[in-house]
Design a binder for this molecule. Sequence first.
Ligand SMILES: [Zn+2]
Length: 154
Amino acid sequence: MRYNFLALHSNLGNLSNMWTCPQCKRTFRNTNQAHSCKQVDKESFFLRRPAHLKKLYDIIKEKVNGLGEFREEAVLPDVIFFKTKSTFLAIKVKKAWLDIEFFLDHLEDVHPVKKYLQTSKRRFVHLVSIDDEKEIDHQLMDWISHSYKLIKSS
Ligand SMILES: [Zn+2]
């Protein structure tokens, strides 16, 4: 599968070299990186999608709000990044489900983890797909919380 998350964030070791655009606050590897400051409206991702996907998204966001500060960044075609220093959570709005991607410092090769990939010695990106509110359970939120702390302390 294609990992947009990794394509955009594979170079995790160079965070201190990241440049933040003063206009749109997006971060880039290269100073004065050419880009459009126009932000994509994440709401557009939920058009022509089952209504419950937005509800699931809102539930996760509400819970993530409890972790502390972060910012959202919507990127075409379908991904919303949740960032502190860098991305700790990515939510992709698919046709009938959400793909949730987050980092752990160890591998959790257990249900409901669908895919995972080691990105550095102590960094593993995990993917969980959800299409029902009950899948936003204690374990998933524990993992997301772990990812938040991991990225914030990196
Ligand atoms: Zn900009």
